[in-house]
Design a protein around this ligand. Structure first.
Ligand SMILES: C[S@@+](CC[C@H](N)C(=O)[O-])C[C@H]1O[C@@H](n2cnc3c(N)ncnc32)[C@H](O)[C@@H]1O
Length: 327
């Protein structure tokens, strides 16, 4: 069961969450540092760097180095610093930087509920922005986990999925039938497929004419990857018939707004009841306005108010939108 995040968490829990959030910009108050005694530090090590999943799917070396360095800086002033913190700091200094690593996303207030995604820190790698997870994906999944019933028994298609955080998280926690993650970049789809296998290790695979599908061993959810380029939908399979289309951070390039709307139209022609849910960050007001105008002219658009972190922490201060598009 998913347990929502708790605002009043102990210094230890707060530190563990900050670690998995991937931010080494840690700020600890004096009372927090006082709470982080030797046994709490030991617990922190056990739940983070020494956790079996973190060892199996390693987190960025550079991040661990920066995080532990900062933590030791705080602790040294008032506490005995646990030997293992120094040990892990030395280990990270010996390792060379790796380009991709595993990010462990904690869902709800339980370190056992995690989505593990192999990704990179690079904003753009090999000509794609899809090799990392973006803030809008965190917001979209948080919303989905608060609205699970929307997905009951549905066939979901994700556009511009990137390496798969959204698809994997929704497949893991929502009661859907199928989720198909699509993108147009070979490396991205390859990594998304690896991430399916990491999170659903014993799933059965099957290749259809347009997708590679996996059926999860426990929940029997179908999850897959397919190549779908919004600028070339001439060969799109007629068999593809989703009930829901989702997309996180896919509206950022003014040249793809029209192709993207054409993709929506293509699917609405097949099924006028499709619901499209798009989450995004407003980096450029003009691009967003252009997109809004385009979809408002052609479809019904509902702007969903969603401002809180419930199961996943994401940055509430950024300019963002979550919208539902219908015919
Ligand atoms: C900013 S990333 C967002 C990735 C992921 N949805 C997330 O939020 O973490 C944009 C994604 O759109 C994909 N993309 C860009 N242009 C595309 C196109 N013409 N057809 C299909 N996917 C495209 C990129 O490969 C990339 O994975």
């Amino acid at each position: 069961m998913l347990v929502p995040l708790n605002n009043k968490q102990s210094a230890l829990n707060g530190l563990i969450r900050q670690f998995y959030k991937g931010s080494h910009n840690i700020k600890l108050e004096v009372k927090d540092v006082n709470e982080l005694t030797w046994s709490h530090q030991e617990e922190f090590i056990k739940e983070t760097v020494n956790n079996y999943l973190t060892k199996k799917y390693p987190i960025s070396n550079e991040f661990i180095k920066a995080f532990i360095k900062k933590l030791i800086g705080y602790l040294e002033l008032v506490q005995d610093v646990h030997d293992d913190l120094y040990k892990y700091l030395c280990m990270t200094m010996k390792n060379t930087t790796i380009e991709s690593y595993y990010h462990h996303y904690l869902i709800g207030n339980n370190v056992m509920n995690r989505i593990i995604i192999r990704e990179t820190n690079n904003l753009v790698l090999n000509g794609t922005t899809g090799m990392r997870t973006w803030e809008a994906a965190l917001m979209l999944v948080d919303w989905a986990l608060c609205n699970k019933e929307v997905f009951r028994n549905k066939y979901v298609l994700e556009l511009g999925s990137g390496v798969g955080f959204t698809g994997v998280a929704i497949a893991k926690f929502c009661p859907l039938d199928t989720i198909l993650m699509s993108d147009f970049h070979y490396d991205v789809l390859n990594m998304a497929e690896q991430n399916i296998n990491v999170n659903f290790p014993c799933s059965q695979s099957q290749t259809t004419t347009y997708a590679k599908m996996f059926t999860t061993a426990e929940t029997k959810v179908n999850i897959g990857v397919m190549n779908l380029d919004w600028t070339d939908i001439s060969d799109l399979s007629e068999e593809l018939c989703p009930d829901i289309i989702i997309g996180a951070d896919i509206v950022y390039d003014p040249t793809i707004l029209k192709p993207l709307c054409e993709v929506f139209e293509w699917f609405f022609k097949k099924n006028k009841n499709i619901v499209i849910i798009i989450a995004g960050i407003i980096r450029n007001e003009d691009t967003f306005e252009q997109f809004s105008r385009m979809i408002e002219t052609n479809f019904q658009v509902e702007y969903i108010q969603y401002d809180k972190n419930v199961f996943i922490e994401w940055n509430q201060d950024i300019k963002k939108y979550l919208l539902k598009i219908k015919l």
